[in-house]
Design a protein around this ligand. Sequence first.
Ligand code: HEM
Length: 559
Amino acid sequence: MPSLGSSVRDCLLFVSAAGVVCHGLYHKLEPRRLPWHLMFLVVVPLLTSLLLLPFFSNALWAALAAWSTYLTGLLISTITYRLSPFHPLAKYPGPLICKVTKVWLAKVSWGGKQHLYIQGLHRRYGDIVRIGPNELSFCTPDAIAPVLGANGMPKAAFWDGHFADQTEFRSLVGLRDPQKHAKLRRIWSRGFTSEALRAYQPLLDKRVSQLLDGLTQRAGKCVDLARWISWFSYDLLNDMAFGDGAELMQNEDAGGLWKMMEDSEPTALILAHLPWLAEFYIWIPGIAKKMKDFRAYTIQRVMKRYNDGSAHKDLFYHLMDEAGLESSPPAFGQVASEASLAIVAGSDTIYPVLSDIFWFLLNNDVAYKRLQEEVDKVVLDDVTTQAQLPYLNAVINESMRLFPTVPSGSTRAPLIGSGGHTIGQHFLPEGTTALIHTYTLQRDERNFSPLPDKFIPERWLSEKEQVLLEPGLFKDRKHVVCNTTAFIPFSYGPADCIGKRLALQDMRMVICAILQRFELRFKAGFNVESWEDEMFDYFMVKKANLPVVVTLRMKIRSG
Ligand code: HEM
């Protein structure tokens, strides 16, 4: 006859085995919805507690014993599998903690320094690093096409968490189904043809001249150039998206709209790293407030645009299919999701790049002078000539090389149902996530030499100009590398940045406008180094203040 002790042990063993089975089910089914979590993590362990009832004085103790045993079984089984040689990513190096749980990378991300952390891992472990139990980071150009290209992979589960609140209508950037993505992208692309860009030109002219006026009124004083540029880009994107602006430049963001957008980003990144958490998160009252507030704001703007119409062929003219080109135009909810995306993807990207460019120029007298001489020769609204300016383009490229706006890249995963995907000699089973770590890739001396961490716009010029302008750096050709295939600040492939041409056009015009009208210098006492320290990677980057004294130039344009 079995003793009481051995019966309790058998029951507890059974409960912990149930925890192991639960791990198997989580692994196979990857449930996301809250009811499934409740079922697997609460209901099942509570049911197993019935077995323990005879051995405890009351039901509460039995439930606690069952629950803790069940979760221990689940945890030990999960960790053992993730560290075992049977895990499909077992052969890839990486820190133990990253192999065990993605919570670690989420924690690093919360501090805004995941770009440096992952770069450090690549330096330590090599070109492919396991940065999560089921996630690999690549940092070589040969992985770009197989991950991001036309024969690459669709978006990863990252976006399920990032857009946890977009349950019915997911915006373009987060669409994981390649067919749905391609269909919606076709509609978006109508908003970025040459004709569409020409139609936006008056909006750009108006906002650039408002930016110049705002800075002119403060001539001789110190302004936060980064804030002004962020307001400018927000107003411009609102004009484009909704036909009228949010007037941040005019009211200096009195309503805190920019802050509302920025404040929601760290949380969105954590949820992107831990998509399973998102389902719990969005139900907690008050907690996801910033994300929800921003969404509510954009819905209100879309509604207004919907009712009022627009005098211009704005981006929403295309997104709403006002030309009637689609057999079934996008639903209102879909358009509202695209609204948030247009504002964030457009303004929160242009502003850091422009801010970085001015920071680099103010740190580099020679580059500043060379660029100023070049832009002084163009007419401000001649965007076609601006696109041909070699030094201007070199400065923009060099800045985006060193400080890409999406430093840790956009994730991809094998198509669900495909069985897996091959990247060179590496097989990624379904459920694996892969990314190209842009920050590491673009600062790798194998791709950019000499001095890959230094701002040297001349590296983007012709060999002849390089030698002429910087003979000390470029005369000896042995160490000169400028691998343009390793330059992907706008990503790559069928889901790359659709707004690239617009962004470049806008940025060129702003740089020309500011350099033609003003002489800039850092505010006395500004700690130049703090700029880099205070750059935070929340998928897109967040920048610190850029205190700059703006002075009107005597001679505005020479030719
Ligand atoms: C300097 C400025 C910009 C940079 C560096 C930038 C960069 C990026 C990157 C890295 C992606 C991710 C692509 C991927 O998942 O692989 C992206 C996507 C996207 N960007 Fe930009 N972007 C910029 C400006 C803009 C502008 C002005 C717009 C216009 C509204 C825009 C609209 C989008 C959209 C809609 C997507 C999603 C594309 C898709 O999933 O098919 N971006 N951008």
